[in-house]
Design a protein around this ligand. Structure first.
Ligand code: SDX
Length: 430
């Protein structure tokens, strides 16, 4: 790491130097780890707009160019040429698998898709109308109660076993959450189906008849998984890293990531976006909602628009829009009301000076709700699908954190603005 360059800070007439670190791509950083000790000062960066929390080799995002690389490969090429498990292998190992490695990895995952049969009982503790993300937080966290013989984070084999287990079991758990919510029996995984086809079988199949997944729809959902697999240090990934930094087991960390992803400002945006489109209802009402989105006194935000990093287009939104068109065409829904409304909303917003000035473009969540609805996935399940895919990134980032020789428990400080020291008065004198 080249640190010849220095940043200087002068405070109250005293000057301090800090190394400037350069990575292989993207912003350089000022190494301020000694700032507190040297100056007695902390940095203040609420929301971490200018803070690099770690060094990482996994995913690179260029917000100005609208570029997303997984281990150096452009998302466009991965979405077109690979399947989700190849991408999972790439994220975890750092390299795309060759034919033999791909076959072996797919077989390993296939043979971990069942969950301990006793775990099925967890679902009955939830109301049928519980939000499936609440169920996911609970059941995924409980995995560590069943698979506790391979949770030693310092053991590379244990980390691989945990990675394979949770990547394999997430589709089963997500499908069980869905089946439970609609009162249908759980469907066991089938080893004659590939990963995403198997997931669709567990979601939409029933014991009453054979389920034949539509290959066009399977491919579309597989691409959606790839688009959601990882995304640098987003809120839920940072949650997983912070939870993992205390030594918590990986399943507990993933459960924390699921909880964070649930928020409408993050992974919950696809569900919120579809609800917003349903509420807008018709192109004639788009201007009313654009006006609300621009109104400082109105908390309404255009769901599926804007991004902390992308200040140009989100490359995933472009790919998602194409997947959406392909699925609607396959299903004869080219004139889908919501898709047409979304296209019109996107066109109007991108021509509006407020959105142009604030660089607000559609993000990955804008079209994902429409395509998932067309695939037959209910709105409440959208973020579960996101969590299923992002588990690969979360586990990869967790492992990178836990194996970083510099890793410490994450413990941010604060700018205290509360009461200064004062003494408790006896009750009679308060
Ligand atoms: C994901 O981080 C990741 O990588 C996340 C993610 C991933 O893969 O992990 O990409 C997935 O979370 C995508 C984002 C999904 N969320 C939404 O679509 C919800 C709607 N978007 C906004 O909530 C917002 O754009 C965020 C949360 C996405 C980004 O928030 P920032 O970076 O903190 O920006 P901000 O809220 O400070 O907005 C900057 C300005 C503000 O106006 P001013 O205070 O400067 O006047 O833009 C405005 C905001 O009011 N603004 C919007 C808006 N998004 C931002 N105004 C209207 N509609 C919007 N959608």
């Amino acid at each position: 790491m080249n640190t010849d360059r220095k940043a200087t800070l002068t405070v109250d007439g005293k000057t301090f130097e800090f190394p400037v670190m350069s990575g292989t791509l993207g912003n350089d950083v000022i190494d301020i780890r000694t700032l507190g000790a040297k100056t007695g000062l902390f940095t203040y960066d609420s929301g971490f707009l200018s803070t690099a929390s770690c060094q990482s080799k996994v995913t690179y995002i260029d917000g100005d160019k609208g570029e997303l690389l997984y281990r150096g490969y452009p998302i466009e090429q991965l979405a077109e040429q690979c399947n989700f498990l190849e991408v999972a292998y790439l994220l975890k190992s750092g390299e795309l698998p060759d034919a033999e490695q791909k076959t072996r990895f797919e077989s390993t995952i296939k043979n971990h898709t069942m969950i301990h049969d006793q775990m099925a009982k967890f679902f009955t503790g939830f109301r049928r109308d519980a939000h499936p993300m609440a169920v996911m937080v609970g059941v995924v966290g409980a995995l560590s109660a069943f698979y506790h013989e391979a949770l030693d984070a310092s053991d590379v084999e244990h980390r691989s076993v945990s990675f394979n287990r949770i990547v394999a079991k997430m589709p089963t758990i997500v499908a069980m959450a869905y089946k439970y919510s609609i009162g249908q029996p759980f469907m066991y995984p089938r080893n004659d189906l590939d990963y995403t086809a198997n997931f669709m079988h567990m979601m939409f199949g029933t014991p009453c008849e054979a389920y034949k997944p539509n290959p066009v729809l399977v491919r579309a959902l597989d691409i959606i998984f790839t688009l959601h697999a990882d995304h640098e240090q987003n809120a839920s990934t940072s949650t997983v890293r912070l939870a993992g930094s205390s030594g918590a087991n990986p399943f507990a960390c993933i459960s924390a990531g699921i909880a964070c992803l649930w928020g409408p400002a993050h992974g919950g945006a696809n569900e919120a976006c579809l609800q917003m489109l349903e509420e807008i209802g018709d192109v004639s009402r788009v201007d009313e909602y654009i006006k609300r989105a621009k109104d400082k006194n109105d908390s309404f935000k255009l769901m599926g628009f804007g991004h902390r990093v992308y200040k140009n287009f989100d490359p995933r939104a472009k790919l998602m829009s194409k997947v959406c068109a392909d699925v609607l065409s396959e299903l004869g829904l080219e004139n889908d009301r919501l898709f047409k409304l979304a296209k019109e909303l996107e066109k109007i917003a991108l021509e509006d000076e407020y959105f142009v000035e604030k660089k607000l473009y559609p993000n990955v969540d804008f079209y994902s709700g429409i395509v998932q609805k067309a695939l037959g996935i209910p709105t409440s399940m959208f973020t579960c699908i996101f969590a299923l895919a992002r588990t690969v990134g979360w586990m990869t980032q967790w492992e990178e954190m836990i194996t970083d020789p510099e890793y410490k428990i994450g413990r941010p400080r604060q700018l205290y603005t509360g009461s200064i020291h004062r003494n408790v008065l006896p009750l009679a004198k308060r």
